[in-house]
Design a protein around this ligand. Structure first.
Ligand code: LMR
Length: 395
């Protein structure tokens, strides 16, 4: 029976990251996977995580299952981090949450809830979006529609086209929004544009579903949450999938949360009960380690201050790299790369064709996705000249 199964191609992003790791060229440049890398090309452990981990190891007395909804300290800390300390929805107890295995687990739990509430819901996703959205949400049975989002000519959001397309989203539909640091294009909505989308959701009755994986890596923790909080303030029902992979560096610990902003407390509790049944069907209980660390950090003034300042430094470094890369590319190619500086978070498209991206890989060992999405955090003082020269050579 099993021998009928054929070998499948590797995941596009993970497969390219593996190809880069296997490349013996000492000058290779890895701009594939969305992980933060420091000047040495390493993905660091936050000092606050290290400290929380030492305390946890010293105190931990059991490895018994986590409660199905996850660690309470983590859930409360994350609710405040995402929605804000003075969130009216939190004050009114209209928010339910369950800890999930990473942002991906949270997205999948959100999809299960949507499917239970509206089996025929169409999920509107931006064109382009993170490719994994399709299998992750689609495997729960949901169907997709796309809305135009990124304009490759202006290298920005084509907001008129987005609005035109979303005018067709109706009650019972879901609109997936990237809370900040759009993956893959880095072009984010301005706050006024979030206001327009919120008004459309109110008028047309669609449900906003916010993928919030990069809080703190665009302009800062509070700034990056502004659009999402505006939606939550104005729209009665919102689902959010948040992740601690990037902003706490807890990638391998699979630490995320699904938040359900509901019309009232009873409905929030109902959604948590639904999420627990969905989780039991898929993975039963969430993993412990990352959430126990994140919960401690968020609950401690000292650890929190240390984490925030380290995250802030990462955010500033990414923005500094954006400026440096823009200038370096302009110097080597004579073309305008100003958009790189305007975009946010880890990703930008360089505006190359798949053939050019392929040439960069095969001729220069510069690895980016075929769409020319780069992880800006993979740039450093040692590779920036080589990278810019290589890009200029294929233009
Ligand atoms: C990415 O887009 O590179 C990251 O979100 C990592 C992943 O799982 O694809």
């Amino acid at each position: 029976m099993l021998d009928k199964l054929e070998r499948l191609p590797a995941d596009t992003i993970l497969g390219l990251a593996a190809a880069c790791r296997a490349d013996p060229n000492p000058d290779k440049v890895d701009l594939t996977l969305g992980v933060y890398m420091d000047e040495q090309g390493l993905c660091p452990v936050f000092d606050a995580v290290r400290q929380a981990q030492q305390a946890l190891v010293a105190e931990e007395r059991t490895k018994v299952y986590m409660p199905p909804a996850g660690d309470e300290m983590f859930n409360l800390g994350m609710q405040r981090l995402v929605l804000g300390n003075d969130s009216p929805a939190l004050r009114d107890k209209r928010v339910g949450s369950v800890q999930a295995p990473g942002g991906c687990g949270a997205l999948r739990i959100g999809a299960e809830i949507i499917r239970a509430a509206a089996p025929d819901a169409r999920v509107w996703v931006s064109d382009p979006t993170w490719p994994v959205h399709f299998p992750l949400l689609g495997s729960s049975g949901l169907k997709f529609e796309t809305y135009r989002y990124y304009d490759p000519v202006s290298h920005g959001v084509d907001f008129d086209a987005m609005v035109t397309d979303l005018e067709q989203a109706r009650e019972g539909d879901v609109v997936l929004l990237h809370g900040c640091c759009h993956n893959p294009c880095g072009a984010d909505l301005a706050i006024e544009q979030w206001g327009v989308i919120a008004a459309m959701a109110q008028r047309q009755g669609f449900l906003p579903f916010v993928d919030f994986a990069y809080q703190g890596l665009g302009d800062g923790l509070e700034e990056d949450a502004a659009g999402l909080r505006l939606i939550v303030e104005r729209v009665p029902e919102v689902i959010i999938a948040a992740s601690c992979s990037k902003n706490m560096g807890l990638y391998r610990e699979r630490t995320g949360i699904a938040l359900f902003v509901c019309r009232d407390e009873a409905n929030a509790q109902a959604l948590v009960s639904q999420a627990l049944v969905a989780a039991r069907r898929i993975y039963s209980m969430p993993p412990a380690h990352g959430a126990l660390l994140a919960g401690r950090i968020l609950a401690s003034d000292t650890l929190s201050a240390s984490w925030r300042s380290e995250l802030d430094a990462m955010c500033r470094r990414i923005n500094g790299l954006r400026t440096a890369l823009r200038h370096k590319l302009e110097e080597k190619s004579g073309r305008d790369f100003g958009f790189i500086e305007r975009e946010k978070g880890m990703f930008s498209f360089l505006g190359l064709s798949p053939e050019q991206a392929l040439r960069l890989r095969s001729e220069r060992s510069v690895y980016m996705l075929d769409s020319s999405r780069i992880n800006v955090a993979g740039v450093n003082a040692r590779n920036i000249d080589y990278l810019a020269q290589a890009v200029a050579s294929v233009l």
